[in-house]
Design a protein around this ligand. Structure first.
Ligand SMILES: [Zn+2]
Length: 220
């Protein structure tokens, strides 16, 4: 388990406090204190009550992180990413825990913008844009596989609106929002961070060459 404050992996000694049951479920708070940063990670759990003691939760049906806010905090978009994309991505991370639907919608919109503006696919619906990006073979295999999976995990065939209106807030499948964000991290690296680092390296080398009174590297 990963601490939502300091991102350390820790072996949790989970403690629970039963809240009792309401008309729908039994409820409890489950929490661990991170051994490294000494902060609590707290979840609110609900589910089926114990048949012998209805105030005790037996089968957890739903669990959501209530502290720290946003669950496992994700790193913000890299500074090399264009501003609008970075803002949408950061917002998608912030709302992930409270609304996976809103998070996935923002994530799909980011994906579409990157495909159109940086992978140079023709604007059409997102599913076809993914097709075109895959067919062009210009993406590294790991990213191609990841964006193909967005369509499969998100069950785009059954939810065509995800494709035709990518920013629309519609039902999500389990793990869809996280997967979309994880894929965007890879795409930020590929399209923005990697090229910026390569450019910095070339400039540093060219500066050295200039000091040595040698001609600069050929343009890539
Ligand atoms: Zn911690």
């Amino acid at each position: 388990m990963q601490c939502g404050h300091c991102q350390t992996d820790y072996h949790p000694a989970t403690q629970t406090k039963e809240l009792g049951r309401d008309a729908a479920f039994a409820w409890r708070v489950a929490f661990e204190k991170c051994p490294r940063c000494q902060k609590f990670n707290i979840r609110l759990e609900s589910g089926d009550p114990h048949p012998q003691d209805g105030n005790v939760l037996l089968n957890v049906r739903s669990s959501r992180v209530i502290h720290p806010k946003g669950g496992i905090s994700r790193k913000p978009a890299p500074s090399e990413a264009p501003k609008g994309l970075a803002e949408d991505y950061n917002q998608a991370c912030l709302v992930l825990n409270d609304s996976p639907m809103a998070s996935a919608a923002l994530g799909r919109r980011c994906l579409q913008i990157i495909l159109r503006e940086h992978a140079k696919v023709k604007p059409q619906d997102l599913s076809k844009e993914i097709d075109e990006a895959l067919a062009s073979k210009q993406l590294p295999t790991y990213i191609a596989n990841d964006i193909d999976a967005i369509r499969n995990i998100g069950n785009f065939a059954a939810h065509p609106i995800k494709s035709t209106n990518s920013g629309e807030i519609v039902d999500v499948e389990d793990g869809e929002a996280e997967w979309t964000l994880d894929t965007l991290v890879q795409m930020f690296d590929h399209f923005f961070v990697g090229p910026a680092e390569a450019k910095k390296k070339r400039e540093a080398l060219n500066a050295k060459l200039a000091d040595a009174k040698k001609p600069p590297l050929k343009k890539p």
